[in-house]
Design a protein around this ligand. Sequence first.
Ligand SMILES: Nc1ncnc2c1ncn2[C@@H]1O[C@H](COP(=O)(O)OP(=O)(O)OP(=O)(O)O)[C@@H](O)[C@H]1O
Ligand SMILES: [Mg+2]
Length: 307
Amino acid sequence: MTLEARDLTVRFGGVAALAGVSFAVAPGTVTSLIGPNGAGKTTAFNVITGFQRPTQGTVHHDGQAITGWRPHRIAARGLVRTFQKTSLFPGLTVRENVLTGLHLRGRVGVTVALLARGRVRDEERRLGAEADRVMDFVGLGGRRGEAAAALSYGEQRLLELAVGLAAGPRLLLLDEPASGMTTSEKMAVAALIGRIRDEGITVFLVEHDMRLVMGISDRVLVLNYGRLIADGDPAAPRSVCRFALRYAFHSTVSRFRAARSSTAQAETFWRSTISRRCHHPPGHGFGNVVWGSYSGSARVLPRNWSG
Ligand SMILES: Nc1ncnc2c1ncn2[C@@H]1O[C@H](COP(=O)(O)OP(=O)(O)OP(=O)(O)O)[C@@H](O)[C@H]1O
Ligand SMILES: [Mg+2]
């Protein structure tokens, strides 16, 4: 296992954002962490990447305990994350933003920089070529000279991914990389994540879009109220598949309700998705999970929905 979290607990005053969570991320996989708002997903990422000390528990990377390490030291090991909220420099160009990621792995120290200008120029050339490669990889090659602020929202999210890639990850942690994107942008991100995995980079993904999650994940972990309630192969006939799709159903219904549309369409869509993807008949049961922040939505489920 490349990443192992054992018994992670994070308390904020009286709130346990994580309550004794253990999981592992296998190398070369796309592993997704899903769950409703406030489940503790970002907190888990914060602990793994050193932005939050756990109240209890440990994190190991390739057998090495990294619990409590500073973020830059963890990033230097190859655990690189993107943030749920944008973390770009809006006034810098696309290329300059990517270079900020690359500088995490620059090889020339200050002393060498002072003594050997030629070596610095070599290093700059190398970093520049690498920045170009990363921009092409995410499809922003044609926009390299533009200010980050001039990109569309979806393109800015892609640029954040590029900055993360530029840092040379072995494990890339993506916190809602597709949030706010259009459907076609989401499809592009899904394809991109697949290509990142094909390059040998392990991906740990937090994402609310269940179609994206179910389409690309090798493994899905489900968090609810700081506890891990399911863990498995999304194609398996039980557990994770049902939890994930029930969750997706709830959020789709919420969106339909917000748009004052009939929920029948959402219901039809998810019933067919469930029968197609979970390989069991629709209406066969969804377990007993009540999603905290969607507690209101339980009422919109038809009576026979869970059984
Ligand atoms: N710094 C903090 N101080 C106090 N409470 C916090 C802090 N960070 C997170 N929490 C609380 O911990 C819980 C988990 O939050 P977290 O951000 O990890 O959820 P999440 O699963 O990422 O949710 P979302 O899907 O909305 O991003 C929430 O109840 C949140 O209010
Ligand atoms: Mg979050």
